[in-house]
Design a binder for this molecule. Structure first.
Ligand SMILES: Cc1cc2nc3c(=O)[nH]c(=O)nc-3n(C[C@H](O)[C@H](O)[C@H](O)COP(=O)(O)OP(=O)(O)OC[C@H]3O[C@@H](n4cnc5c(N)ncnc54)[C@H](O)[C@@H]3O)c2cc1C
Length: 377
């Protein structure tokens, strides 16, 4: 059987980017792909759109994937408006205030996955292997597990997976409005739901949105069961018409929400990357950004290794795990803390959180710091 330098298991966005990054270093890479589509939340095509920060976009540019995306697949966010659950409690971010071109890019998940699939198919030093080809899979000095949150190989290695389920699900779909989005993202933080509308340019340029609506399981079931017109009415009630009249433009899909972390992240000959290593709530739009920052860090650690050091050396892999542990832990705590604060029904907590939102809005340095964390700068 052919022997590779690195075997990347899982051809999601994280696995594909890691395989491309390592192949560009001249390493012989096997990318193990399955066609289960389990990551799509049950939909025929992924209806999600990802808010990507500057680090993620920088990686996709270096891999020559960003410039190959069709224009409608990536929309710049210039402003972001966050509302609390009391009148007037809000927080606004803008790109000009942050002195950046855009706060984030909203990228069509399905189009990005297709573009990455094309790039991996034609990349030198990279072979795509169908999962299930041989019990052991390709032989390699290092196996990078990028199999997502339900990684079977992680379980087979006996890695601890500490997971807390929120009992909530995120409903995602695409919407078209009768009003232009003006490159503004909107988010509503309330008890018990969190709703985000992210500007997109497809299917209708300038008037489309990606919806991410996190709700307790029972409410999510009820929303998914609603007829289209009733779902649109529920959205109109939840957004107060702030984005105009919204109409469904795709099927609805749902994902269970949890926070999770693997321990350890690496061992002799193997390493965890992306959702296989950690999971956060999508309210901050950071799960994939964390995974792509993992890719940047691991590729750099491998490139800068001593010439005598083996690719699967645990000491080498621990450099990556150490570098990524703190930012991942911090993002998990921030999203978890926000969620707990905004899901508590008590009047005292409600007043506290809404005052906090308004206070942050008036503290420019704190606001700049918060935005720079999310921007990845
Ligand atoms: C509703 C929602 C909205 C989100 N929005 C954002 C956002 O705006 N910004 C952001 O940064 N993040 C966001 N996220 C998080 C983001 O979706 C994940 O962090 C990201 O998809 C993880 O990528 P991954 O490649 O690590 O894992 P996955 O996307 O799960 O990919 C894993 C791949 O491995 C394959 N696989 C599994 N097992 C095997 C095996 N044994 N052999 C071979 N292949 C295997 C799977 O089929 C899949 O293709 C959101 C998540 C949700 C649920």
């Amino acid at each position: 059987m052919e022997r590779f330098d690195v075997c990347v298991r899982g051809a999601g966005i994280v696995g594909s980017c890691l395989a491309l990054s390592l192949a560009r270093q001249g390493l012989q890479v096997a990318l193990v792909s399955d066609a289960s589509g389990a990551a799509r939340g049950g939909a025929a095509e992924d209806v999600r759109a990802y808010a990507l920060n500057a680090v993620s976009v920088g990686l996709l540019k270096r891999l020559k994937v960003w410039d190959a995306l069709p224009e409608h697949a990536a929309t710049a966010v210039h402003d972001m408006h966050v509302e609390g659950d009391a009148a007037g409690a809000s927080l606004d971010f803008s790109a000009w205030e942050q002195c950046v071109g855009e706060l984030a890019w909203i990228v069509d998940a399905a189009v990005l996955e297709r573009q990455l699939a094309d790039a991996t198919r034609f990349a030198p030093h990279l072979s795509i292997v169908a999962s299930g080809t041989g019990a052991e899979g390709p032989q390699a000095a290092l196996t990078a597990l990028c199999e997502g949150k339900a990684s079977a190989s992680r379980s087979a290695l006996g890695v601890r997976w500490e997971r807390h389920d929120y009992g909530h699900r995120a409903i995602a779909t695409r919407l078209v409005s009768d009003r232009p989005h003006l490159n503004r993202a909107r988010q509503w933080f309330r008890a018990p739901d969190v709703l985000a509308l992210l500007p997109l340019d497809a299917p209708e340029p300038g008037r489309s949105y990606a919806l991410v609506w996190s709700l307790p399981d029972q409410n999510a079931d009820a929303m998914l069961a609603l007829a289209e017109a009733d779902f649109e009415q529920a959205l109109a009630d939840a957004t107060g018409g702030a984005c105009g009249a919204l109409h469904l433009a795709a099927e609805r899909a749902a994902w269970p929400l949890a926070i999770a972390n693997a321990e350890p992240w690496c061992g002799n000959g193997w390493v965890l990357v992306g959702d296989a290593a950690h999971m956060v709530h999508p309210l901050s739009g950071q799960g994939l950004n964390l995974g792509l920052a993992d890719v940047v860090a691991l590729a750099r650690v491998i490139e800068e290794r001593e010439s005598w050091r083996a690719l699967g050396d645990e000491k080498l892999l621990r450099r990556y795990a150490r570098e990524r542990a703190a930012p991942t832990w911090a993002m998990g705590r921030v999203t978890d803390g926000l969620l707990r604060l905004f899901s508590s029904p008590g009047r005292g907590t409600q007043e506290l959180r809404n005052r906090g939102l308004t206070l942050v809005n008036h503290l420019a340095p704190l606001k700049r710091w918060l935005a720079s964390r999310a921007l990845g700068s």
